[in-house]
Design a protein around this ligand. Structure first.
Ligand SMILES: Cc1cc2nc3c(=O)[nH]c(=O)nc-3n(C[C@H](O)[C@H](O)[C@H](O)COP(=O)(O)OP(=O)(O)OC[C@H]3O[C@@H](n4cnc5c(N)ncnc54)[C@H](O)[C@@H]3O)c2cc1C
Length: 393
């Protein structure tokens, strides 16, 4: 099967030519209404314009750059994926509204979905015709994801699902949700993750209620999602019923990768912006602040060099994604704290003050989502350092 993705330009045969191709495309398509919009803590910013931009990217064949050619992608090498993210960040391309679908759901269906599921969902994912959200966390199950209590039972030709999800990013705009639900009890003495099933659930139906959660920043980019006899078709299980854990873990792994490099170029832009504020307000003349700004630059250079080394390594060093996550969360929270001290040293004006306050507040979430810092350190302690396993309740 092939995904309907048109290409505006012919494929190119060197990385440098590829860089020119994407740079040129971005120059023509990153318009002022979307430049620099969105990002962590700013998901509502210019949402409709960012959606339109994602569809332009899709029409150019860029949303599925990393997907295999057999599934409608470009099968781009890692170096080209890195170039793509570097150029997007450099051009001020807005943050993607489709990332859950194109970087998590698409690859999951390519590797674990049925031919029918691929036929049905990949074209709309590639074209950004449908948006997705991730229904894993629950009030009693976050780090301990195997503890999800949302239940699904097969009733004729459909699954009936009851439970509650929480912190569901973008659920208020999503058409579909991938839901981890219990369909059978865990076997006595067996893993708690057994009996969990990975279901694709339509969001727009009477059994699904989405309630926004207001965050520290004032924005509401995540939600509570109530599933009260929500339904989905019997065939919309990815993998086998009761064996969804492996699929759920695979989806998380796709989230990390070449996009990390683009994220770090975004960090560089943040640091440049803060340097501009510090120069403007005179804070850059304060020896203690100069020292911290310089350290932030050095730490980011080290983080970037380390990330590129890890991405190119085959096999990657053990638990490298945990190490990178820990390094960047500390860097971003440090920059937020530094920004507060820069603001305190001079009058930056309302716009910069608001922007950096939101940055500081949202960065508190960095050490929670995508696996908290404690969980990452636990993984490294047990799997790299061979320390005794933590007692679990
Ligand atoms: C901005 C944001 C967006 C999110 N988006 C989504 C989404 O789209 N979909 C989704 O499903 N979820 C989402 N989440 C939820 C996120 O995955 C969970 O918040 C995260 O897994 C932590 O779970 P929890 O909040 O239940 O905290 P808990 O797991 O209860 O943890 C509370 C504290 O205890 C610590 N802790 C827990 N277990 C251990 C342990 N074994 N050892 C040491 N310390 C431990 C944690 O580190 C943390 O400090 C999002 C969260 C945030 C902040």
């Amino acid at each position: 099967m092939s995904v309907r993705v048109s290409r505006e330009v012919a494929p190119v045969d060197s990385d440098e030519a590829f860089r020119i191709e994407i740079r040129d495309w971005l120059e023509r398509h990153v318009t002022d209404d979307v430049r620099g919009a969105g990002g962590p803590g700013r998901e509502s910013e210019a949402f409709e314009q960012r959606l339109a931009f994602a569809r332009r990217l899709a029409a150019g064949g860029w949303t599925t750059l990393a997907w295999p050619v057999a599934h409608g992608g470009r099968g781009a090498s890692l170096s080209r994926q890195v170039i793509f993210h570097e150029e997007c960040a450099r051009s001020g391309a807005p943050s993607r509204v489709d990332h859950i679908g194109t970087t998590m759901v698409g690859p999951t269906l390519i590797d674990h979905g049925s031919p029918e599921q691929r036929r049905r969902f990949l074209p709309a994912l590639a074209a950004v015709d449908e948006l997705w959200c991730q229904g894993y966390s629950e009030p009693g199950a976050g780090s301990d994801l195997a503890g999800v209590t949302t239940r699904a039972r097969l009733d004729g030709d459909r699954w009936v699902i009851t439970g509650q999800k929480v912190w569901t990013s973008l659920a208020h705009v999503a058409d579909w949700c991938f839901v981890l639900a219990r369909t059978a009890p865990a076997p006595p003495g067996g893993p708690r993750s057994a009996g969990l099933t990975y279901l694709l659930v339509p969001m727009r139906q009477p059994g699904v209620t989405v309630r926004p959660i207001r965050q520290l920043t004032g924005d509401s980019e995540f939600n509570e999602v109530f599933l009260d006899d929500a339904v989905t078709e019997a065939g919309l299980v990815v993998g086998e019923p009761g064996r969804g854990w492996r699929v759920a873990m695979a989806t998380l792994a796709y989230e990390r990768g070449a996009a990390t490099v683009g994220q770090q170029i975004g960090f560089q832009r943040d640091l440049d912006d803060l340097l501009a504020v510090a120069r403007r307000t005179g804070a850059a003349g304060d020896p203690a602040l100069r020292d911290r700004l310089t350290r932030a630059w050095v730490d980011l250079s080290v983080l970037r060099a380390h990330t590129l080394r890890v991405l190119r390594a085959d096999p990657p060093p053990p638990m490298s994604s945990s190490v990178i996550k820990l390094l960047w969360t500390r860097w971003r929270q440090g920059l937020g704290e530094l920004a507060m001290d820069v603001l305190a040293a001079g009058d930056a004006g309302p716009e910069a003050t608001g922007r950096w306050q939101r940055y500081f507040l949202f960065s508190r979430a960095d050490t929670i989502y995508g696996g908290s810092d404690e969980i990452q350190r636990g993984i490294i302690a047990e799997r790299v350092l061979g320390l005794p396993r933590q007692a679990r309740g």
